[in-house]
Design a protein around this ligand. Structure first.
Ligand code: CIR
Length: 253
């Protein structure tokens, strides 16, 4: 069970963040703030004490705090984010996490975005993507190895981050997009495949026996319900416009 989370308020300039999404309507700050507040109150409602940081005006993507650190039971690893515009966000997270954990750091030229790192018990999947380079993945794997974790390094093809496409949902099951189906790295796990039209819903957050799923993906919801998961649907329309999702907006530990 998680007891803590760190999150950050989105700032009014959030639409200047990095995005590849082609949006029908421009991102709306008021709606985003409401969606973010609902997300925070949901985490609190399932037993999580949330530290909510103020927006960082120089970093419009900074509310995607997940990318700045990876936290295990024994250690928090402060990342070196892969996008130039996001470098520096991690410096503001380090002092907060050091209140709870010993901290280690990814050193340049290594880069890691936390969105590429998925923990399943004593194992980490680390995606090598446009943001996480092989050097960064190697450093992270060595650090976690020292604490008794195993790691596999997986190439991310489509999608921004590994967790844009693959997430652990409990019951030894990974929720994955079609392009990851049959991937040899997932041997030993059950996989639930999200159809292509709903690939965004692969970014589902498993936390304290609940699944936080984005609203508007009925086929995925039905598949998850059939397996008996406790589902909480949350609106993420404005977050999606900035290439973000439910996992990105908090660091849980
Ligand atoms: C970015 O491109 O860095 C942000 N606009 C979105 C980051 C989403 N983070 C995540 O998936 N962990």
């Amino acid at each position: 069970m998680f007891t803590h989370a760190i999150a950050r308020k989105p700032g009014p300039n959030f639409a200047r963040g990095i995005t590849t999404a082609v949006n029908e309507a421009p991102p709306n700050y008021e709606i985003l703030v409401n969606q973010h507040q609902e997300y925070i109150s949901t985490l609190k409602s399932i037993g999580i004490d949330v530290t909510l940081l103020e927006a960082l005006p120089d970093h419009p993507d900074a509310y995607f705090v997940e990318d700045t650190a990876v936290v295990a039971a024994e250690v928090a690893v402060i990342t070196n984010p892969g996008a130039e515009a996001r470098k520096g966000e991690e410096k503001t997270i380090a002092p907060v996490l050091s209140q709870y954990r010993k901290t280690e750091r990814i050193q340049p030229p290594g880069t890691v975005d936390g969105g590429d790192v998925l923990q399943v018990d004593k194992h980490f999947f680390i995606g090598v993507s446009e943001r996480t380079n092989p050097e960064g993945a190697g450093q992270l794997s060595r650090i976690f190895g020292e604490y008794g974790y195993t790691c596999t390094i997986v190439t991310v093809g489509e999608g921004l981050h590994f967790k844009s496409s693959v997430n652990y949902i409990g019951k030894n099951t990974l929720l994955i997009t079609e392009d990851f189906s049959g991937n040899a790295h997932f041997e030993g796990y059950d996989t639930l495949i999200v159809n292509n039209a709903e690939s965004y819903a692969a970014n589902t957050l498993f936390v304290n026996d609940h699944l936080l799923v984005p609203r508007g993906y009925p086929d995925t919801r039905k598949k998850l319900e059939t397996l008996g998961f406790n589902i909480i649907e949350l609106d993420t329309s404005e977050v999606r416009k900035m290439d973000g999702g439910l996992t990105c907006m908090s660091i849980r530990f």
